[in-house]
Design a protein. Structure first.
Length: 501
């Protein structure tokens, strides 16, 4: 069930990214409705006048329930009003109610855990570990003690609950997940903050970062043009789940009026400056394209969209992939007369400037850096309480189960450049959160589980460097551990190394 659902959502994202945002001058706009699961949508697909409003109604089949609208739709109610200002594709997702409620008896010496949810089919994490099961779930072999249970379902907010399991008893959880609405963001900078430039092979030492147009392809005499473009995505929360990511370029002119041409988009690996980039000074790019698009042989005087890939932008916003933008070129640069011209961010027409369209939903609470800077302790707690277990689990998986042990001061006074919020947590070797650091401990010293400068103390038993670990997490969710380098014990900014992601 889990794999099938992931494939359905993935397919929906791909189809969404392929849908053009504009109809290219058609008298009517096309509304396409697609059902995932068992149910129906009324009215079905059809053509509608520009500016008209269409009310869609989802009807679930027997044994199924409506879950949410996707694609160009957004919401969890059974009706949806759609304004036809462009071609639109709407997905209606239905979930089955037929999964039986399991019966369970705890195994001797253990407790049991029964989890049901609405909607059903949520992924289950216990103590930060994905157990590979979905709701409804019954586990009869749950160790006695405290556990953290998290449910994750596409387009819903994560639900986390702390439970205590007693021997011979069953803990019943019947949880309703909260819908996480889509957020649509259009990033369209002007000449002052836009970053785009073309490079010309026939002028290898010239910079064209100030031009009002972007050239891609080749002309009749065989020269070649490429375009580099970069958008600032810092406004997107690092915890956001990206569901659509496209670059739009306004198509102004074509050197040929006959044949389509393939153009490809590549991830850029190095930093570059708009004011000095040249053909002979291009940054390196990924050898395989992120997207290949057929460009008409005539200028459409409208936007054409390149798919960035949701996973790629997810890495940009999460920080695991540096955002140096993309390069767009003709897929086959040996073909002549393929030159296509698009508007640059310096173009006088603000409407036609390049834009990045991102759609996402927010499954967890996110603390902006501005708040984190003014309220470091509170922000640290909010930012990492739900995330630290996943980070540690993922780090351990990437390092054959090994977690570094910290035997050093974790005070960060005087650490001007490392941007660390001093939030620590003691973790068990399997990545489970043992205890939150009490108030007053944010600038304390913890060595081998001993607190020698903390109001009140930890009060922990059997806490030693062999079975517990200390971590620091900054405002962007990066995890640090292990004090290394000269001056480590005296609050050096080199006292911490990044270990996740």
């Amino acid at each position: 069930m889990k794999l099938a659902r992931v494939l359905i959502v993935f397919a929906a994202v791909i189809l969404l990214a392929a849908v053009p945002a504009c109809s290219g001058g058609s008298a009517n706009y096309r509304l396409t409705t697609t059902v995932e699961g068992q149910g129906s949508v009324s009215p079905a697909s059809g053509d509608y006048a520009p500016g008209s409003t269409v009310t869609l109604t989802a009807g679930a089949a027997e044994g199924w329930s409506f879950s949410y609208w996707g694609g160009d739709g957004n919401g969890s109610g059974s009706t949806l009003n759609v304004t036809m200002d462009s071609d639109k594709t709407i997905y209606a997702y239905f979930v089955s109610n037929s999964s039986p409620v399991p019966e369970i008896t705890p195994v001797s010496g253990y407790g049991a855990l029964m989890i049901q949810s609405n909607p059903i089919g949520a992924d289950i994490y216990i103590d930060g570990v994905d157990i590979g099961r979905n709701t409804p779930y019954a586990g009869a072999h749950i160790s006695i003690g405290g556990h953290s249970v998290r449910l994750v379902y596409p387009h819903y907010k994560w639900y986390t609950e702390e439970v205590t399991v007693n021997g011979g008893e069953t803990v019943n959880l019947n949880l309703s997940l909260e819908w996480a609405p889509s957020v649509d963001v259009v990033i369209q900078p002007g000449s002052g903050d836009g970053k785009d430039a073309s490079v010309y092979k026939w002028k290898p030492f010239e910079n064209h970062g100030g031009d009002t147009s972007l050239n891609i392809g080749g002309n009749t005499v065989g020269t070649t043009y490429r375009t580099f473009i970069q958008f600032d995505v810092s406004s997107i929360p690092p915890t956001a789940v990206i569901t659509d990511a496209r670059i739009g370029l306004h198509y102004d002119w074509a050197s040929s009026t006959a044949d389509e041409v393939s153009m490809s988009l590549y991830n850029v690996h190095q930093s570059w400056n708009e004011d000095d980039i040249e053909w002979d000074g291009q940054p390196s790019t990924n050898p395989l394209p992120w997207d290949i698009k057929m460009i008409p042989g005539y200028a459409t005087d409208d936007f054409l969209y390149f798919d960035l890939g949701c996973d790629n932008v997810q890495k940009w916003t999460g920080g695991s992939l540096a955002n140096y933008g993309v390069m767009i070129r003709a897929y086959d640069e040996t073909i002549r007369d393929t030159l296509r011209v698009f508007s640059a961010s310096e173009n006088a027409d603000a409407y036609s400037r390049p834009k990045l369209i991102i759609q996402y939903y927010e499954p967890v609470e996110w603390v902006p850096v501005s708040f984190a800077e003014t309220h470091p302790e509170e922000a640290a707690y909010i930012a990492v309480h739900d995330e630290i277990q996943n980070a540690v689990t993922a780090y351990a998986a990437a390092h054959n189960g090994d977690l570094p042990i910290l035997y050093a001061f974790r005070t960060v006074d005087g650490c001007a450049n490392c941007n660390i919020i001093d939030m620590g947590a003691l973790l068990t070797p399997n990545g489970g959160l043992l205890i939150e650091v009490p108030d007053g401990c944010y600038r304390s010293t913890v060595i081998s589980g001993i607190n020698d400068n903390c109001d009140g103390g930890f009060g922990l038993d059997e806490c030693s460097p062999d079975n517990h670990y200390i971590w620091l997490v900054d405002s962007s969710g990066y995890v640090y551990s292990k004090c290394e380098g000269e001056g480590c014990a005296s609050h050096s900014e080199n006292g911490y190394q990044e270990v996740w992601p």
